[in-house]
Design a protein around this ligand. Structure first.
Ligand SMILES: [Mg+2]
Length: 409
């Protein structure tokens, strides 16, 4: 990473290039997660790098999966190279929020893809200021975040997953449920037996139950002393979520909340006690921090959730989590990064003991990529037909799209 420049010249720097590289890490066989949304054994992700006119670079990660938002590394690469790069190239690096608005005008939806580019922009901005990203985001409010690991599968499969997680130091867990109350109760009972009587164990149904099945599952699982119930029913059933709060377990909203509008709906419906915020669902680290502030103002506790991030994404979770108001110290977050995969993309892994994720020292995300991955980045300007020239503020791809491609102006 290049060093910062000082003063006004640096903050006036513009985005001069956007670069991408696809990565497809394999999940450690013993940690493959099988939940109500299917089996996840490999990730198809994208790394993003931005370069400013001051020579500062920033990196980000599109940690997207098709079952979550209809995005992955391939769609992320396409959307960044054909649309989003053109929305930010030539624009000032600050304020980053303005660049995010330009991305929203140029492209509907696709929050995980926008989050990858947004993370790279925030990293470059914080490196320009020569401060940690958590500081650029208004923190840090915390320098250590408790973490947990997901357990899934039945019988020997669950034993293997638990053994691998315990060997990595994890002491807090989340068990995947949401398929069948009786089988789910057996799985959680085995998890309790493996993890010990004092271990923290939460439940995540990934929206797999109907209301009555969720109620029955909690009755059956209650002897295993679960600490929370995440997304018991489908994302839109906020009335059901609210009803299930009478079970006496903290209800965590995950799939119910992507962006700010959905957070507001959950707050209005009083549908949850806790909200799980992701860098990807919210559209980037800055928006995650804004959403945490809103949740906290209305008494909702925040945890940082995961879409199986690699090291860059985990560093972004850590920096944004450190700046997030209302972050739970009781319910651990899902910042596990490289632990999940056979190999990591970072030159130096984040320190991880399975219990606590600690904010690293240094500007921006405070991580750097392996040299062989750095060498594989391809600039958006390298491809014929995808050349973005610097454009004055207020013009460019967004406006061009509006003129030619938007059927609902
Ligand atoms: Mg979840």
């Amino acid at each position: 990473m290049s060093g910062p420049s000082n003063g006004r010249r640096a903050i006036d720097a513009t985005i001069v290039d956007v670069q991408t590289v696809r990565v497809s890490p394999t999940v450690k066989p013993e940690l493959v997660v099988a939940g109500a949304r299917g089996v996840h054994d490999r990730s198809d992700f994208l790394l993003v790098r931005v370069v400013t006119s001051a020579g500062v670079t920033g990196i980000g990660e599109v940690s997207a999966t098709l079952t979550w938002s209809g995005e992955d590394g391939a769609t992320g690469e396409y959307l960044i190279r054909t649309v989003l790069a053109g929305a930010v190239i030539g624009q000032p690096i600050a304020p980053v929020a303005d660049l995010e608005r330009r991305m929203d005008r140029a492209l509907a939806g696709s929050p995980f893809t926008k989050a990858g580019l947004s993370t790279a922009l925030w990293d470059a901005y914080a490196r320009t200021l020569d401060v940690p990203l958590a500081v650029a985001l208004g923190g840090p409010l915390h320098t250590e975040i408790p973490v947990k690991c997901s357990l899934s599968g039945d019988g020997d499969r669950l034993r293997d997953t638990h053994r691998a997680a315990a060997a990595a130091g994890f002491g807090s867990f989340k068990v995947k449920i949401g398929l069948d109350p009786v089988a789910d109760a057996e799985r959680v009972a085995l998890a309790r037996q493996l993890c010990g009587p004092d271990a923290f164990i939460g439940l995540d149904a990934n929206g797999g139950y109907r209301r009555d099945a969720a109620r029955r599952a909690v009755e059956l699982i209650r002897p295993s002393a679960p600490a929370f119930l995440e997304q018991p029913v489908e994302p839109g059933d906020l009335a059901g979520m609210r009803q299930l709060r009478d079970l006496g377990l903290p209800i965590v909203a995950d799939e119910s909340v992507f962006g700010t509008d959905e957070l507001v709906s959950v707050l209005r419906a009083e549908a949850a006690d806790v909200v799980s915020l992701y860098i990807g669902k919210s559209g980037g680290p800055g928006r995650l921090v804004s959403m945490a502030r809103l949740a906290d103002a209305f008494g909702l506790t925040v945890v940082i959730g995961s879409n199986g991030e690699l090291g860059v994404g985990a560093a972004a979770q850590l920096q944004a989590g450190a700046a997030a108001a209302g972050l739970s110290t009781h319910i651990p977050s899902d910042i596990i990064g490289a632990h999940y995969y056979q190999e990591d993309v970072l030159a130096e892994p984040l320190t991880a003991d399975g219990r606590t994720a600690r904010l690293p020292d240094g500007p921006g995300l405070a991580v750097s990529l392996r040299e062989d991955i750095e060498a594989r980045f391809v600039s958006v300007t390298d491809e014929q037909g995808h050349r973005f020239d610097a454009v004055p503020a207020g013009t460019g791809t967004a406006q061009a799209l509006r003129r030619t491609d938007n059927p609902n102006p």
